[in-house]
Structure formats: C-alpha cells, structure tokens
Write a protein that binds this ligand. Structure first.
Ligand SMILES: Nc1ncnc2c1ncn2[C@@H]1O[C@H](COP(=O)(O)OP(=O)(O)OP(=O)(O)O)[C@@H](O)[C@H]1O
Ligand SMILES: [Mg+2]
Length: 205
C-alpha cells in the first residue's frame, strides 16, 4: 500500500551544540571573528576546544546572528594536522584526469572560497612551513598563496601586537587583549606567562 504524500513541514533549526562558557572566550571569539582574526585554542584533551568551536560556528552561521552566512552549506571545515601535512594538502593540487590536469581545492582553499571557518585541529603537530600559510591569509594581505613556498619564514612578535590592537579596537579591554593575544599565545609555561603578564600590566594603564 502506498502512503499518501504529506506536506513537508519546515524543520526547526537544530539547537546550537551545548557549550558552557568558562570565562570570556565567547566574547573574545566574537571580537576576533568581527576583526577576521585567527583564533588559537589551547588546553588539555577533553577541555572543550572542539565543542566550543562547534558552538561558535553554529551561533555565527546558523543562529539569529547568521544573516547571509546561513546560506553557506559547510560552515566548519576541520583539518586534522600532523607532521607530514604539507601546504599542498591544505591549499590543493593539480591532479591528472585523463590527459588533462585539473585543480583540486584543498580544505583551506575550500573554506576560503565558501567563507567557512577552518579548524586546524592539533596545529602544533604541523610543520611551520605549512602553517605559515595562514599568516598571509589572516593579516592585511588576506591572500592565500597557492604556490608552495619554501623557506618562507616570519617572526610572530609584531603579528601578536597587531592582533592585540585589533582586539582592543573591537572593544576588548587592554589587559584582557594582551593576556589573550600575547601572554597566553607565546608560551604554555605558567611562570613565563606570569612574567609577560606582569610586564604588560606594568606598561599598560
Ligand atoms: N565548556 C563545556 N561545555 C559543554 N560541554 C563541554 C565543555 N567542555 C567540555 N565539554 C564536554 O567534553 C567533551 C569533550 O570536549 P571536546 O571534544 O570539545 O574536547 P577537546 O578539547 O576538543 O579535546 P581534544 O584535545 O582531545 O580534541 C564534549 O563532547 C563535551 O561533552
Ligand atoms: Mg578536539
């Protein structure tokens, strides 16, 4: 027996993955997103990095703040980084198809084209000559170098200062911005972090 066709009922938007903030990470993420800055998530396994990102992606791409982003089909592209990952793996490569070569976007290029968030999971495992790609993408240049570059190296210190200034410009407090973009970013060593924070609080009002 055939079932009568039923009128399709619009499905309600799924709930955002549950995330309980532990500090000001939601506000910092939103400020960084508005400034189109990369965000570094650090913490032991199971502390909620992936869940936080899923929550924020849902909020920005599917929630009430989504706007035109709601039309982006894949909102989050996740890449599991490892030491054999190359810039080509991220950006893409030419593949042979019959007698032709066709360009195949890598996950980072796909995210850039679509306007999705790219989550480079375990980025510490990736080599620096691979991850340096994101510098040109996320600073004022906003370009994704497609050619594989060798020996391209950049210091990080001024970059972190600029990120800090962008956060301050986006409404984050001066000390909070320094802590998030400099003190916590440059080291995992508690003592060094305390020392850098002390310098920042001494120098800044
Ligand atoms: N702040 C939080 N709010 C809600 N759930 C959380 C939170 N922190 C952790 N969890 C829970 O802990 C589980 C593990 O978190 P998650 O997978 O995000 O950790 P992770 O930091 O990405 O770990 P790993 O480094 O191993 O990838 C989540 O599925 C979630 O159930
Ligand atoms: Mg994770």
């Amino acid at each position: 027996m055939t079932q009568p066709l039923q009128a399709a009922t619009p499905r309600p938007a799924p709930e955002a993955p549950y995330y309980l903030p532990v500090g000001n990470e939601v506000e910092l993420f939103l400020a960084a997103y508005r400034a189109r800055m990369p965000v570094l998530l650090k913490g032991p396994t199971g502390c909620g990095k992936t869940r936080f990102l899923e929550h924020m992606t849902h909020r920005l791409y599917r929630g009430s703040e989504a706007g035109t982003r709601a039309g982006i089909e894949t909102s989050l592209v996740t890449v599991a980084c490892h030491e054999d990952l190359t810039a080509t793996d991220l950006v893409g490569r030419y593949l042979l198809e019959g007698d032709d070569t066709v360009w195949m976007d890598g996950p980072l290029t796909r995210a850039v084209r679509d306007g999705s968030i790219c989550y480079l999971d375990e980025i510490v495992e990736a080599r620096k000559d691979t991850t340096v790609l994101i510098h040109a993408l996320t600073d004022h240049r906003r370009i994704l170098p497609i050619e594989k570059r060798r020996g391209f190296d950049e210091g990080v210190s001024t970059r972190l200062l600029i990120y800090t200034a962008q956060l301050i410009d986006g409404g984050v407090g001066v000390r909070e911005a320094c802590t998030a973009a400099i003190c916590r970013a440059i080291t995992d060593d508690d003592e060094v972090q305390r020392a850098v924070t002390e310098v920042a609080t001494t120098l800044l009002p």
